[in-house]
Design a protein around this ligand. Structure first.
Ligand code: ADP
Length: 177
């Protein structure tokens, strides 16, 4: 699905964050140590190759709500933006930490003159954040940031399951009305 807000494009798709051919940057749902692991981080580090972790190591550890940027190494993207989302039920207030992840990721994208960024559903896997609540924060934070964009032209939300895609699409359909 895609919706246009002025010149800005928001897309959703069911897919793999490690296989985003046409995007300047992809976002990693990282862990504090910026190491590989399961889920999104595992997929990105595997596809990027060991150079990604070498670049990450001196930047770690990061705190919930923080983000750092690296090159994309063997990924089809020029940049990876690594965000540490909150562990639901542990890092409180979780909503503020999650919002800060999206804000910082978008700021880093602008600082690096990035035109397009693909986001996974940060914190909704191993970190246990309920998908619908997390989706609301993701969509609202992007919408609020649009007026400040100078370089960004497109955000894509890449969802792993059909059900997650449905939740995002429902939310974006509400905006369209
Ligand atoms: P976190 O630790 O922040 O919860 P995870 O990587 O465990 O991060 O999961 C975040 C979300 O990304 C979950 O919804 C999960 O289903 C989804 N996901 C897992 N692997 C991929 C992938 N390769 N591409 C896109 N999304 C993925």
């Amino acid at each position: 699905m895609e919706i246009r807000i002025g010149k800005f494009l928001i897309e959703t798709e069911r897919g793999d964050i490690a296989n985003q051919q046409d995007m300047d940057a992809v976002v990693n749902a990282a862990n504090a140590a910026l190491t590989t692991g399961g889920g999104v981080a595992g997929a990105l580090h595997t596809a990027a190759g060991p150079g990604l972790y070498k670049e990450c190591k001196p930047l770690a550890p990061i705190k919930p709500g923080e983000a750092v940027i690296t090159g994309g190494h063997n990924l089809p993207n020029k940049f990876v933006i690594h965000c540490l989302g909150p562990v639901y039920g542990r890092d409180e207030p979780a909503a503020d930490f999650l919002e800060n992840c999206y804000k910082r990721a978008l700021e880093l994208a602008e600082e690096n003159k990035i035109r397009s960024v693909a986001f996974p559903a940060i914190s909704t896997g191993i970190f246990g954040y309920p998908l619908k609540e997390a989706a609301q924060i993701a969509v609202e934070t992007v919408l609020n940031a649009i007026p400040a964009f100078k370089h960004l032209q497109k955000i894509k939300f890449v969802l792993f399951s059909e059900e997650d895609l449905r939740v995002y699409n429902e939310m974006l359909s509400e905006i369209k009305k």
